[in-house]
Design a protein around this ligand. Structure first.
Ligand SMILES: NC(=O)C1=CN([C@@H]2O[C@H](COP(=O)(O)OP(=O)(O)OC[C@H]3O[C@@H](n4cnc5c(N)ncnc54)[C@H](O)[C@@H]3O)[C@@H](O)[C@H]2O)[C@H](O)CC1
Ligand SMILES: [K+]
Length: 497
């Protein structure tokens, strides 16, 4: 399923119209489909306020109002702009309401706002159809901000249509303030702004509705990962042995951070890796051996280790970085590894050391994946974090293509950038997973999956998906507060089958 920017949605919209579906028909479909979703939670005592803005988002609100009223619900409809300012399709929708003698008020002055706030006291639901994907990046008039504040103070169900008002549909940042919805009914495709930055906090739960617009009218670029998209796990042959499912090398750990390697080993083993060898510095060898799973081999290394040194034993992939620290210089190990032929996963402090030799990525012939969070990515590409937040898709895509490296940019909805420009938004995971060691498990999982003859891009998509799904499994059963990196490892067996 594609993820689209508001501009791309508008292109899809125009194609649908050119292909023969009038835009007012799209609005009818959107409004009725939203009304069906809203009705599921309504009982006969429900009182629904619908706030309709000047554009087609407001037009959707008008159709929702008509649909709910026709079904006998109590609805209070408000326009936030003068009738003359409504879009063409909204004017038609307004006329269809008026033809049925359905009353609708316009919010013009303080007295109207006072009325709205009185009605809110007895309302059960507020529907936000003020601004959708047509919100332009310019200051929103103060009168709107007062409406947003009133809605945010409403303590019952707040439902946004398509995207919460005030939130930018492209980058998930607000212009001034915005409406915090409990639920957002997303029309046709997820907008990038629902998934980026503050988007998920404003949208609340999301429900996608289909109004029959074809997503193939825009180029293939951004997708929302569904389990059925993944090429992992693969069916295992019967005539097989452990080397068919591994052998993963993990270079991890340093004094004070001996646990990182262990978490990566477990991530690799529990995602099906057949054999894991972990290289640790001499000074943490004993604690790591004492705590590592019995299935893993633990070896020591010095700073001259090369891909050739670790190539025997049919090794398939190398993970470097979890817990290696910044005290020693790993840059030249990275250079060696990138000159070799085994795929490399670079995580955590590995990314810090990579920054010094970043150009060797361009010369490298072996597949590479890096797994930075935003701060690590900002340092690597030497662009302030705030700038990246305003265009994470652009920066991630540019780096992945220019340096020919798969980038796993970690966040609530982690993005996986392919070297061909493709971007996959992960659909699993929860804030409880923002916990120490979670990234070590993920890096181990990506390496563990890549070891099973899965290419690095696919391994990254699958690793991120199942890592999130395991975290979601734990959170569903036990909540987010007690979720640790080990909870993810322990939950993997329930979600990765
Ligand atoms: N294909 C679809 O997904 C369909 C979507 N529909 C709905 O239409 C909206 C998008 O409608 P559009 O008219 O393009 O934009 P909006 O309603 O979001 O807003 C435009 C409206 O708002 C004014 N405005 C814009 N920015 C600002 C600002 N910063 N301050 C003040 N005012 C602003 C602008 O002047 C316009 O008046 C989409 O989200 C769906 O809900 C269709 O109904 C069906 C097809
Ligand atoms: K809205």
């Amino acid at each position: 399923m594609k993820v689209v920017t508001p501009k791309e949605m508008a292109v899809m919209d125009r194609h649908a119209v050119a292909a023969g579906t009038p835009s007012i028909e799209l609005m009818e479909r959107a409004g009725h489909a939203c009304a069906e979703v809203i009705k599921v939670d309504l009982d006969e005592k429900a009182q629904i306020i619908i706030l309709c803005g000047p554009g087609n988002n407001g037009g959707d609100g008008l159709v929702i109002g008509r649909s709910l009223i026709e079904d006998g619900y109590t609805v209070h409809l408000f326009l936030t702009a003068d009738r003359e300012k409504l879009s063409e399709d909204s004017q038609i929708s307004l006329k269809r309401l008026e033809d049925k003698n359905i009353p609708i008020r316009t919010l013009q002055d303080d007295a109207d706002l006072e009325d709205l706030s009185l009605i809110m006291k007895r309302a059960t639901h507020v529907v936000d159809a003020i601004f959708g994907t047509g919100l332009v990046d310019k200051e929103i008039p103060a009168s709107y901000n007062r409406i947003f504040d009133l809605v945010n103070d409403f303590d019952r169900e707040k439902i946004a249509i398509d995207i919460p008002s005030g939130l930018r549909g492209d980058i998930g940042l607000t212009i001034g303030n915005g409406i915090f919805a409990d639920k957002t009914i997303v029309i046709q495709n997820y907008k990038t702004g629902c998934l980026l930055n503050d988007g998920p906090d404003y949208t609340g739960d999301t429900i996608l509705i289909d109004i029959g617009i074809d997503e193939n009218s825009i180029p293939n670029e951004k997708y929302y990962t569904q389990e059925s998209d993944l090429k992992f796990p693969q069916k295992r042959k019967k005539n097989t042995h452990k080397y068919d499912y591994g052998s993963v090398v993990v270079i991890a750990g340093s004094k004070g951070m001996s646990g990182a390697g262990i978490l990566s080993i477990e991530g690799a083993l529990k995602s099906g890796g057949g054999l894991v060898t972990c290289y640790v510095p001499q000074d943490i060898y004993i604690p790591v051996v004492a705590r590592a799973p019995a299935e893993a081999l633990i070896k020591t290394y010095d700073c001259n280790i090369t891909s050739d040194d670790i190539k025997h034993d049919r090794k398939k992939v190398i993970l470097i970085g979890p817990g290696i620290g910044r005290a020693k210089n790993y840059s030249f190990i990275l250079e060696h590894l990138l000159e070799g032929s085994l795929p490399v996963v670079i995580d955590a402090d590995g990314i810090h050391h990579l920054a010094v030799v970043v150009d060797s990525l361009k010369e490298s012939k072996t597949p590479v994946v890096i797994t930075p969070h935003f701060a690590e990515f900002s340092k690597l590409i030497d662009v302030p974090r705030e700038d990246i937040l305003k265009d994470p898709i652009g920066y991630g895509q540019k780096f992945a293509m220019e340096y020919q490296v798969v980038v796993v940019l970690k966040g609530y909805r982690t993005m996986i950038f392919g070297t061909n420009g493709e971007i996959w938004f992960n659909s699993t995971g929860n804030p409880g997973m923002a916990t120490g060691g979670s990234g070590d498990v993920l890096a181990g999982m990506i390496a563990g999956i890549a070891g099973q003859n899965v290419n690095l891009f696919e391994a990254a998509r699958a690793g991120v998906f199942y890592h999130g799904k395991a975290g979601d499994y734990y959170a569903e059963h036990f909540g987010q507060s007690t979720l640790t990196a080990h909870s993810i490892i322990e939950s993997l067996k329930y979600v990765l089958k």
